[in-house]
Structure formats: C-alpha cells, structure tokens
Write a protein that binds this ligand. Sequence first.
Ligand code: FE2
Ligand code: FE2
Length: 399
Amino acid sequence: MLKRIPVTDVTLGMYIHAIEGPWLAQPFWRPRFRLTSIDQLAELQHSKVKAVVIDLARSNTPPKADMATRVRRAQTRAAIERRAADFRAARHLTNDARNVMRGAFDAANRGEIPNSVEIDSVVQSITQALDRNRSMLLGMMRLKKSDSYTYFHSVAVGTLMINFARELGLPEEEVRMMGLGGLFHDIGKIRIAKTVLNKPGKLSAEEWDEMRRHPEMGHALLLDGDVPPTALDVCLHHHEKVDGSGYPFGLAGDQISLAARMGAICDVYDALTSERPYKDACAPVAAVAAMASWAGHFDPDLLFIFMKSVCVFPVGMLVRLRSGHLAMIRDNGRQTNRARLSVFYDIAEQRLLPPSELFLSDIDVSAAILESPDPLAYGLENWPTIKETLLEGLDPTAP
Ligand SMILES: [Fe+2]
Ligand SMILES: [Fe+2]
C-alpha cells in the first residue's frame, strides 16, 4: 500500500516509493529505495523535497513504537539536528572567512598595509568550529567554488594549519600564528595575471616563472604590516621541499622552518583534495598516500602527524616507530574512530615478530612515528606477501 507523507515524518527503515518535487531538487540518484542511514535521512530532511510516497508493505518500521523505539527515534532526530546545525555553522563560517580573505587580499592589492586583527577573528572562529565538529569542518573545506578558489583555498589551508598545530600540541599563540600563515600563504597570487592563475592547461615556461614568484611577492606585500614572522615565513617558504628542490630559495631540511614545512603539507593536501576546472578532487586517503610516496618533498615525520590530524591513514602503509619496530596501518579507524597499527618487525634484530596491535590514539605521535619507510631499505623483499598476511590478521612468522 502506498501512502504520501511529509518528509518530517520519514523515519529510518521506510521504503521510499517516490519523491515529490522537481527531479533536480532530489538528493538521491535512485528513485526507489529503503532509507537505512542517518545521513540519507538528514539529506532528505534538509533538501527542498516536501513530501514522499512510501510503500508500507516494503517498509520495516514497527507499527506501534514501544518506549525504547521512541527514545531511539528521538535520539536519531537529535543527532540529525545536531549534524545539520554543525553543517550550517561550518558553511556559514567558510563563506564568512572566504569574504574576509577576499577583503584582505583586495586591500593588499590596493596597496593598503595588511593588518591581522580581522584575520585573527577568522583564526578564532576556525579554532572554535574545529572544537565543535572537526570532521564536518575539514570536510566542508574540500567544497570550493572555482570562481573564488584562491580565497577558499586560503581558508582551507589556514584551517588545516590550526588543526595540525594543535595535533602537535603547540602553544595557543603559535597555533594562531600558524593559522595566519595558512590564511595569508598565497596572498602573492593577487599579483599574478588571472590568465595564468586560472589557466586550465599546463603553464608555459614563462607562465611558470611568473607563478613561482608568488611567495616572494606575497612576503613583500605582508612585510609592512603587523603579520607575525611565523606567518611571513609560511608565505615565503611554503613551496620549499626538504630535499632542496623547491622554490624560491631551494632551502633543505631544517633550513625550512617548522611552520613552512607544515604549510607545504597543508597546501598540497588541500590542492590535491579540491576539484579544479582541469582536474577531479583526489580522495583524502589517496592524497596522503601519494604525498607519502614523493620522497624528498615533505618532512616525513610531520606528514605522518598531519595524517593523524585529519584522521586519514592509508591502510597497508608501512611506518617506523621510535621503539625500533616497523608497523603497518591495519585499520584506518573510520568505523571505530580508533586507527590501529600492527607492529610486526624488530629493526635491530632484523626479524619478523608475531604481530601485536597498537592504537594510534595511544601513541604520542610527535615522539613515536619517525617516517614512512621503504620496505626494501629493511630487507623486506617479500613485503607484498607480509602485507597481505597482516591485513588478513594472520601471523607472518607462522610456518
Ligand atoms: Fe603557493
Ligand atoms: Fe597554496
């Protein structure tokens, strides 16, 4: 039997037979389906759809709700409301911050001396929003409108920097300066011709030369204002690479400040995970896995801590622990919120161990994880087999 009901009465388990309203307003690609997740329900209730037709025979909601069911439904509704409120707050913050950054970039372009007071309020709002719902805000940062890409990208890198600095346990004042660094890092791009900045294809050698000047041009723009030195540093050095092959100065290793090494990671991660007119967005896990494979580009210690800060771990990735062991990421923690490692190799003794489990949340990452090493450097020629064995939860030392 079919029944038309308002979307506000829809509950989990109902079989949606038809969705009323224009096709474009519909949040789902399937015309008929059973509603099984809170996310689907939240999406439906916050879409423009007003009513749906449900198939009562195929719906598996209990006819009369007992007390426990009613409590559960109320909790589900409350969870949906909370998530929707967090979503609205995150969208609001992102748009506001984007506008502030546009204003700051335009003012600098007119030759006004930049002041960081207004930008400080953006840092504060981001910090509070991260406390409220970190994953929602980080997810929101990946949605960018291409016409304002540079401003959205600035807000995203600022957010990633604040989140990263807090993961490192830095004092609040340094967290603030890192945030400012992220927000201002690409301000030099206002001096780059729009045709070069938004060119969909590959840049010519001359265009590339122009593009590579944006860190120094940004630094020069900020120098007269009250932007703190750490933030100036991120602006000037966010394209340096730890092996010395970056620009503008080809600095290497510790010559690049902590803030600039962090900025390089946040900048590339955001660029990879954003959609552009000329490329699709890369999934976060693919982005961090690709970044870990670019030897010499990023500080590997920091890259691992960054992965922890965004809760993105590529399953099967090899990591070295300060305890002198090798471990593999066994579980990214998406289901359980607790990412897990399998510790399986003693480096000094060069031997496999029966695997033992370690939760990443139990490790002081700044002290425990050294790098993402190359299996061959440890003589693990049969790494693909060991990896498969560990992923299956078996013991690679077993005969
Ligand atoms: Fe840049
Ligand atoms: Fe950038």
